[in-house]
Design a binder for this molecule. Structure first.
Ligand code: A3P
Length: 272
């Protein structure tokens, strides 16, 4: 975790880069950055700050495990190395590749209401296009075709959690994948962090006073050794508008896939 935690025994002797013992595999816009930064509060966790995109980008994958390892932070032997690449979750070639690296790796999947996730996904793409002065389409044009939800819309497909998770469960046992409630992480991060610590077999070192609600940002920010840190402005952006009618259609569209996802993980969420 932070280089300031000099009181912990794990902060010296960080001499080696190691392959990750745990990976946040997605979902895109689920709160992957928040989860990574929050787990990084733990003295026994070190994170790769940038998304690595090793298993999902051919050009990276071809470079092999030595390249992957070289993207990792320095750690001491007792520390857990963690990386996050949200693109892994929806890439069908990735689960087997991760298994081949380390069949015992622990996987974290942070999910969020799939309709809200889709709007957040659209908002991110819109923002990127606007900053590059590229043309863009309104959300409803992409989402609806003759008044019906267009199943071909990429951001819609990325919200079909059961479909993507199936491909991971073809390779990994259920107990190796921990699902984090991204909506709960926004409302109150600590309980989700405690559950993640337990899953990762870490001692309980993250505390409620590591978090405070920042009214200006409208989100929780992090406190550690007297330093405070909010996520950057690309996290917690105002969402592009969507009509109530289109939102209703979207929610109806997700009913079945959501139910299948809940059955798959043996747990349900109060999504729209
Ligand atoms: P929005 O920008 O749509 O609100 P990711 O890091 O996977 O791209 O996810 C981004 C999302 O993380 C944000 O989506 C935001 O809602 C969520 N998030 C969760 N906790 C947050 C926090 N403490 N600060 C900022 N964003 C947070």
């Amino acid at each position: 975790s932070s280089s300031r935690s000099s009181s912990s025994s794990s902060s010296y002797n960080k001499t080696q880069q190691r392959l990750p013992g745990a990976i946040i595999i997605g979902v895109r816009k689920g709160g992957t950055r928040a989860l990574l930064e929050m787990l990084n509060l733990h003295p026994d966790v070190e994170v790769a700050k940038a998304e690595v995109h090793y298993f999902n980008v051919e050009e990276h994958y071809r470079r092999g495990l030595d390249w992957y390892r070289s993207q990792m932070p320095l750690t001491s032997s007792g520390q857990l190395t963690l990386e996050k690449t949200p693109g892994y979750f929806a890439s069908p070639q990735v689960p087997e590749r991760v298994w081949n690296m380390n069949p015992a790796v622990r996987l974290l999947l942070i999910v969020r209401d799939p309709a809200v996730r889709l709007i957040s996904d659209y908002t991110q793409v819109l923002h990127n296009r606007l900053t590059r002065h590229k043309p863009y389409q309104p959300l409803e044009e992409l989402l609806l075709h003759n008044g019906q939800i267009d199943p071909g819309y990429k951001a819609l497909q990325r919200s079909l959690y059961y479909h993507h998770l199936t491909q991971w469960l073809d390779v990994f046992p259920k107990k190796q994948i921990h699902v984090v409630d991204g909506d709960a992480l926004i409302r109150d991060p600590f309980p989700e962090l405690r559950k993640a610590e337990r899953f990762l077999k870490l001692s309980p070192r993250i505390n409620p006073d590591n978090f405070y609600y920042n009214t200006t940002k409208g989100f929780y920010c992090l406190l550690s050794d007297g330093h405070d840190k909010c996520l950057d402005e690309s996290k917690g952006r105002p969402h592009a508008p969507l009509s109530a009618q289109a939102l209703r259609k979207l929610c109806r569209y997700f009913e079945k896939p959501n139910k299948m996802f809940f059955e798959m993980i043996g747990r349900s969420f109060s999504w729209c």
